[in-house]
Design a protein around this ligand. Structure first.
Ligand code: LM2
Ligand code: CA
Length: 477
């Protein structure tokens, strides 16, 4: 937080009016220190992706549960005018930057930001800068008519890339030029290298900042060159406190997430897939220093067991709520216990078709430790909410006291303040664990009920089949 405070103090001096700077200054900026420094969200690092929740229900949930439970951030679905339709993915077909979406009005957005802030929760907005709508024509959620490549009054045909492939679609995913200037799923690709486009996207970003938005998830970041993103980000005032960028990269791909780490965090989908493999038979015993030389480094990685794309089988393989043997919950426990990256918890809904939009008109509702009306409310699950308290307590404490007697059993501490045991095995695991914790009686934050005694730093217990136990000094019985 020290770095952030410093950056926050300096940025207004550096970027009081970004537009007053000559373009060459912005384009040649190679020192991203002030931006990189704010990639650590701070002492409440856990983000909830409240997928497709309307803004009024996000506001209510911030007050009722999210703030009191200790989550630091909510990430909400895109707020701009989009194509009309019931499918969730209409959000990613932008029609204008008018803040009128199926999730609410501009006033609803502002009210949600103010209400969440009052509950101690910051707001991240999913932001689409790469493209506009992909369908041929229609009328958007704010009443604007459009055709492909013409979105009056915002853009005309001169503002887009026409990369020259059939249909202007990306065909060669190893070609940087195609990935960044051709079309992803027919979505009209903005010429983000031009001043006109950059200025309007920055104005849109600044409109969000003016409403008090704390940070951004940059959709399709891989499809924009880093120079374009950093130019636009450089014009934001105030600067976002947190940025996470969607860069789906595989080992050996031409475009790697690490390129984007100078701008903010990068979503590391290889972590997501590795977690799925590990918990689905691959074995979790190798997860101690869980990283890979190709992945974005821990300090710049944003990680999740699943997001809205992967739970539907898109973007990368992942576990989802239907995964067998409690593996989805156990993986979320691991994500929140292990120090790698900044964790996001997905909170989503059940569906029969992958295109299905939100239930109940987007009005999210939870009850007790679960969801109602088709909502899953993963953020309320006792294990996940409990592990958010664990993460808040252990902070950046080092991983300690690791043991793994067999491939599906691990236990480890975080400093001397937290200890977790994960048994992804089909037999109970009875043992005496060296926890490093101060002696005392603890509540297991995963079950929320049983009492566990640490004596001489040791915990003698049995972990049930496909279950876990987590203790931390903030939850002594
Ligand atoms: C993303 N990140 O880069 C989002 O996380 C992902 O959810 C978006 O795809 C994607 N990029 C574009 O912003 C979703 C969805 C697609 C859907 C698009 C656009 O996964 O299925 O594509 O949004 O709405 C749909 C149709 C597709 C059609 C396209 C354009 O499924 O068949 O392509 O619209 O009309 C011809
Ligand atoms: Ca592009």
């Amino acid at each position: 937080m020290k770095f952030f405070a410093l950056a926050a103090a300096l940025l207004p001096l550096l970027i009081t009016d970004a537009n007053a700077f000559p373009m060459s200054n912005l384009e040649s900026r190679t020192d991203y220190a002030s931006i990189a420094a704010r990639t650590t969200p701070g002492d409440k690092p856990v983000i909830i992706q409240l997928f497709q929740w309307n803004y009024a229900s996000v506001a209510a949930e911030c007050t009722e549960f999210i703030g009191p439970a200790g989550y630091g951030y909510v990430q909400v679905s895109p707020p701009t005018e989009s194509i009309s339709g019931s499918q969730w993915w209409t959000d990613y077909q932008v029609v204008s930057y008018t803040l009128t979406s199926k999730h609410g009005s501009r006033d609803d957005l502002k009210n949600m930001i103010d209400t969440c802030h009052a509950a101690g929760v910051k707001v991240l907005v999913d932001t689409v800068w790469n493209h506009m709508a992909g369908i041929d024509s229609g009328t958007g959620t704010a009443g604007d008519s459009f055709t492909h490549y013409s979105y009056p009054p915002t853009w005309d045909t001169s503002n887009f890339h026409y990369c020259g492939t059939p249909g202007n679609d990306i065909q060669d995913w190893q070609s940087r030029t195609q990935v960044q200037t051709c079309e992803l799923s027919n979505l009209a690709d903005l010429a983000t290298e031009t001043e006109t486009v950059r200025a309007k996207l920055a104005a849109f970003g600044n409109d969000l900042m003016s409403l008090g938005v704390d940070g951004l998830r940059l959709d399709a970041a891989k499809h924009m060159p880093t120079a374009d993103i950093s130019n636009i980000v450089g014009r934001l005032n105030p600067q976002p406190q947190y940025i996470t960028q969607e860069v789906v990269a595989g080992d050996g791909d031409t475009i790697q997430g690490s390129e984007y780490a100078g701008i903010g965090d990068v979503q590391e989908f290889r972590w997501t897939t590795a977690i799925q493999k590990a918990f689905s038979g691959g074995g979790i015993s190798s997860l101690q220093s869980f990283t890979d030389s190709q992945w974005t480094d821990s300090a710049h990685a944003n990680v999740f067991v699943a997001n809205h794309d992967t739970e539907r089988g898109n973007a990368a393989a992942s576990l989802n709520v239907n995964s067998p043997s409690n593996t989805y919950t156990l993986a979320n426990i691991f994500a929140l216990a292990h120090p790698y990256g900044t964790p996001t918890v997905l909170s989503s809904y059940t569906y029969s078709s992958v295109d299905d939009g939100a239930p109940n008109g987007g009005t999210g509702s939870c009850y007790g430790a679960g969801g109602v009306n088709g909502w899953l409310c993963q953020h309320r699950w006792t294990a996940i909410a409990g592990m958010t308290g664990f993460r808040n307590t252990v902070g950046s404490a080092a991983l300690t006291n690791w043991v793994s007697p067999s491939s599906d059993r691990i236990a480890f501490g975080r400093g001397n303040v937290g200890f977790v045991i994960i048994n992804n095995d089909d037999a109970a695991w009875g043992a005496t664990f060296t926890t490093g914790l101060p002696d005392g009686v603890y509540t297991d934050v995963i079950s929320g009920s049983a009492n566990f005694t640490v004596s001489g730093g040791q915990l003698k217990t049995a972990v049930p089949i496909r279950d876990a136990i987590a203790l931390h000094v903030g939850a002594k019985a």
